[in-house]
Design a protein around this ligand. Structure first.
Ligand code: SF4
Ligand code: SF4
Length: 295
């Protein structure tokens, strides 16, 4: 069972939902922080490090003695990460996605590949939670390969919660692919509704069943509730606008530990998600390894 927690924009409480859901899960659970540009789930879990691995992608290196400046590589690369310049070709590693295509189309075989480090994947154990988080190196822009590296550490047979990056761009798509169910976290405000609509379009395009958590219920209006009702989208949980939750967050504390009266609320979310995910599961034969490879 792989659950993804996403939101159309940052600051809606996505990580709050992810870490507290993991804490009340009631069994061993994997928590994957796929927000590799700004991982923060570790701030709420007092765990011990179980290692870190470097992640690299293959980028082209041109042998100027063999290159004839034909430009085939530049015409192939849709990311403009390699361009012919006079009698040779120049590589811009920070824009390269590591697809290997330029090396394959180079007529004189003047391109080889070298590893370019993009970040690390760390593992932290905190009681029954195994946290796996990616951390993109400063100045690197290629987060989807690092997201896929995080997901490649998924172990079959243990439930997983994926904390997605905010928004609806490529790193989010890379996170959500292969999930059994998506929880979209939003706020009951006009901005929240706008970004929720974008996120709903995204998960519908990906054909993944989903539901909504409304965070800070009470601060806005009922348009999110009306929209979900009209669209037939289940509201799985409403978290009240409670100043004590924000205070616990700012201290790096889990809501379910700082405010035990919220344990039942997150257990209700767990039960609702598991029930709906089981009912909506479309491909019972999927495994973590097949999901990571499709990443
Ligand atoms: S395709 Fe090969 S030979 Fe042609 S410009 Fe690129 S590196 Fe040089
Ligand atoms: S490996 Fe792919 S992305 Fe990188 S320069 Fe070559 S064609 Fe472009």
């Amino acid at each position: 069972m792989i659950l993804a927690i996403a939101s159309g924009k940052g600051g809606t409480g996505k990580t709050t939902v992810s870490v507290n859901l993991a804490r009340v899960f009631g069994s061993d659970v994997q928590l994957l922080d796929c927000d590799v540009e700004e991982p923060n789930a570790h701030l709420f879990l007092r765990g011990t490090s179980a290692g870190a691995e470097t992640v690299s992608i293959p980028v082209p290196q041109v042998d100027e003695a063999l290159c004839n400046g034909c430009g085939e590589c530049g015409r192939f690369c849709e990311y403009h990460a390699i361009v012919s310049f006079g009698a040779t070709a120049l590589v811009f590693p920070e824009m390269c996605h590591g697809c290997g295509g330029c090396a394959r189309v180079c007529p004189p075989k003047a391109i080889c590949e070298v590893d370019e480090r993009i970040g690390i994947v760390e593992t932290v154990r905190a009681d029954r939670i195994t946290l796996i988080q990616g951390r993109l190196d400063v100045g690197k822009a290629m987060s989807p390969p690092l997201v896929r590296a995080v997901k490649a550490r998924l172990r079959d047979g243990t439930p997983a919660i994926l904390d997605a990056p905010p928004g609806t761009s490529c790193p989010v798509i890379a996170t959500l692919r292969g999930a059994d169910y998506v929880v979209l976290v939003t706020e009951p405000t006009p901005f929240g509704l706008h970004d929720l609509r974008l996120a709903v379009d995204m998960v519908r395009e990906l054909r993944i069943p989903f539901g909504v958590v409304v965070n800070r219920e009470g601060i806005g209006d009922d348009r999110v509730r009306v929209y979900c009702g009209t669209e037939g989208i289940p509201i799985l949980l409403e978290i009240p606008d409670d100043r004590r939750i924000a205070e616990a967050y700012s201290r790096g504390e889990l809501v379910v530990e700082a405010l035990p009266e919220y344990v039942a609320l997150f257990e209700k979310l767990r039960d609702a998600v598991l029930k709906r995910a089981a009912a909506d599961r479309r491909e019972p034969g999927r495994t973590a390894s097949s999901i990571a490879s499709r990443g």
